[in-house]
Design a binder for this molecule. Structure first.
Ligand code: NAP
Ligand code: ZN
Length: 354
């Protein structure tokens, strides 16, 4: 074991503060990574504030699952990485490897998967600690190769916001000529716009923030609808092939279901705790479907990174030092970020640890 610097929340209403945590020495199939950037996902905020009844938070909580860094050490059985390589880690650090989900590259649905933070830690006991830290040790299978042509601060958010939007966009066959809606222009939403645009779709952003209109267009949207304006909404009735809903808070999803064409699909990726009310009529009249999607498997995450490399796609980031993390959380809660915070982890060395 060795000690790592980190930022942790001690409870749902306390600020994140500097601490030290234990990491395991890399075993045979492990990769040790010095973390350079870690994105701030709204899931970090939900988890730190204990907002998910299905996934209660164990404290202290070190969040962070949008990790990019440099390999410092590898175990003897590691073949894909060597010290000095760039490497990345997303929301998963382990799974059983032999269930039907793992066998088909869908590790995110493995009943025994280990999340990067707030999951039982089979190596050290306690729970796993995430990327708001200077170092992490992860099994090789869950470590991604990072294309060298992309800006690293903007790569970090691809590990969650990127794959979470790329995966359903691929699954639901978004291609040239399809009309795609993106609900909510935050971290996930702005990545969904970039991907749907790159696949050639006609992209419409639905936002509650009129001041994001110009940004939406420059990110690749063809149209922007202020969702609180029912006249603007009604112009799009029954016209969408696919809608991805990235909203982190309670809202009326029926307003979007009725915008789907016959056989259209709406996929929820946003994860508010409170159940949505769904109108049966909206679904059955045009055989519409409503589904969900959770991050993506390891192979698809690597595919997404290669796609980003080829199309020069990264997240638009506001880079912050770790000392600004609490301010960033407050701004994220107010939907005030353009469009992802990426923490420069080298700032952690300046933090006083207790
Ligand atoms: P984010 O950056 O905060 O973006 C969420 C956006 O939702 C906001 O920018 C805002 O967009 C809109 N919004 C916020 N409050 C709203 C309200 N009360 N009514 C309507 N719209 C509202 O968050 P994120 O990091 O993209 O994450 C979004 C959600 O996805 C979170 O719940 C997160 O936990 C979840 N998530 C799920 C997965 C998965 O695997 N399924 C993975 C990662 C994250 P406008 O200003 O444009 O309206
Ligand atoms: Zn996330």
């Amino acid at each position: 074991m060795y000690e790592s610097k980190a930022y942790a929340a001690a409870g749902p209403t306390t600020s994140l503060a500097p601490t030290t945590i234990k990491r395991r020495e890399p075993g045979g199939d492990d990769v040790q990574i010095e973390i350079l950037y870690c994105g701030i996902c709204h899931s970090d905020l939900h988890q730190v504030r204990n907002e998910w009844s299905a996934m209660p938070t164990v404290y202290p909580c070190v969040p962070g699952h949008e990790i990019v860094g440099r390999v410092t050490k590898v175990g003897t059985a590691v073949t894909k990485f060597k010290p000095g390589d760039l490497a990345a880690v997303g929301c998963l650090v382990d799974s059983d490897g032999n269930c039907p989900s793992c066998q088909s590259g869908l590790e995110q649905f493995c009943p025994n998967m280990t999340l990067t933070y707030n999951s039982p830690d089979v190596h050290l006991g306690g729970i796993t600690y995430g990327g708001y830290s200077d170092s992490i040790v992860v099994k090789e299978h869950f470590v991604l190769s990072v294309p060298t042509n992309l800006n690293l601060a903007g790569v970090a958010p691809l590990l969650c916001a990127g794959i979470t939007t790329y995966s359903p966009i691929r699954h639901w066959g978004v291609t040239k000529g399809k009309k795609v809606g993106v609900v909510g222009l935050g971290g996930l939403g702005h990545m969904a716009v970039k991907f749907a645009h790159a696949f050639g779709a006609h992209v419409v952003v639905f936002t509650t923030s009129p001041n994001k209109k110009e940004d939406a267009l420059s990110l690749g949207a063809d149209e922007v609808v202020v969702s609180r304006n029912s006249e603007e909404m009604n112009k799009h009735l029954a016209s969408f092939d696919f809608i991805i809903d990235t909203v982190s808070a309670e809202h009326d999803i029926n307003a979007y279901l009725q915008l789907l064409r016959p056989d259209g699909n709406m996929t929820l990726v946003g994860a508010p705790d409170k159940p949505h009310a769904v109108s049966a009529m909206s679904l059955l009249f045009k055989r519409r479907s409503l589904s969900g999607s959770l991050i993506g498997g390891i192979a698809e995450t690597q595919e997404m990174l290669e796609f980003c490399s080829k199309h020069n796609i990264t997240a638009d980031v506001e880079i912050i030092p770790i000392q600004k993390v609490n301010e960033a959380f407050d701004r994220l809660a107010r939907a005030d970020v353009k469009y992802r915070f990426s923490i420069d982890m080298t700032s952690l060395t300046q933090s006083k640890t207790p």
